[in-house]
Write a new protein. Structure first.
Length: 277
């Protein structure tokens, strides 16, 4: 299918959304796909409200970009660091932070920029351009995906043709646009490297993660996590960033049959991220 036909389909889908049960939310993350669906919504002429759910740990420039686009900015009930202090660090297998920061209902109908080509997981999960999503406490909403079948090439071409300005993270020093770049929470555990590249770029954020992770451990001394990490946030962060399993963590920090090779988590983090801890 050509890009032109995909644009036509997207606009027809948007115009088909009922408006008799309240406003339509355009779920705006500040990323390139959000800018695409925002432009499509404007082209379609439908009534909508673009809403950015502030995660408190998005890259610098994201909120400014949202304001430039005239997007409503919602403040979360808890910041990411408050969540860490209460519940420890989220992981690839337990992303409880999303429930508080991004995945909550605003209106009965929402438009999202999800694309199947972004990952194998999304390709398997999403097959239709409209779904019913269930939230906590029995809440539900109808979600529409106007760019579900779009490729990176489609996105890049549409952005160029429509003259769309994206968030700073998508441009290099020469001002060239890079469609392969992503915008998301700094240090997200779903990244291929568990978020290490983000912390290399934003080491001050890593220091904050360690600080608040230590508050969690200090206030939860009876937990299994406290015992396994020996009460140290350095161990907790090292395990989250560099280990797949607890067995791997114990082997690396204990040295196995060669205790002299045991890794000191604090020193390792300091050396890897080139920061003074």
């Amino acid at each position: 299918m050509t890009l032109e036909r995909k644009v036509d389909f997207a606009i027809k889908l948007l115009r088909s959304i009922p408006t008799n049960d309240g406003p339509i939310e355009l779920s705006y993350s500040g990323g390139k796909d959000s800018d695409v669906i925002l432009e499509l919504a404007r082209m379609s002429g439908i009534p909508f409200e673009a809403i950015y759910k502030n995660t408190t740990i998005d890259p610098p420039g994201t909120i400014a970009h949202c304001r430039e686009q005239g997007v409503t900015i919602l403040k979360p009930k808890k910041s990411f660091f408050q969540i860490v202090e209460e519940s420890s660090l989220p992981s690839r297998w337990s992303r409880f932070c999303c429930k508080y920061l991004k995945e909550y209902k605003v209106y009965n109908r929402a438009i999202q920029g999800i694309r199947r080509s972004e990952s194998i997981k999304r390709a398997k999960r999403y097959h239709e351009p409209e779904v019913c999503r269930l939230y906590g406490k029995g809440e539900k909403a109808r979600i529409y995906f106007p760019v579900l079948e779009w490729t990176d090439e489609d996105v890049a071409r549409f952005i160029e043709e429509r003259g769309i300005k994206c968030a700073p993270v998508y441009y290099d020093e020469e001002g060239r646009f890079h469609v392969e770049r992503r915008l998301g929470c700094i240090g997200c555990p779903l990244a291929a490297d568990n978020g290490r590249a983000d912390y290399l770029k934003y080491p001050k954020m890593l220091k904050q993660v360690i600080k608040h992770a230590q508050i969690y451990l200090d206030t939860h001394p009876q937990t299994k996590t406290y015992a396994a990490m020996k009460g140290s946030a350095y161990n907790l962060v090292f395990k989250r960033l560099f280990c797949t399993t607890m067995e791997e963590y114990f082997l690396l920090t204990g040295g196995g049959i060669f205790p002299e090779l045991a890794i000191d988590a604090r020193q390792y983090l300091s050396d890897y991220f080139k920061i003074d801890l």
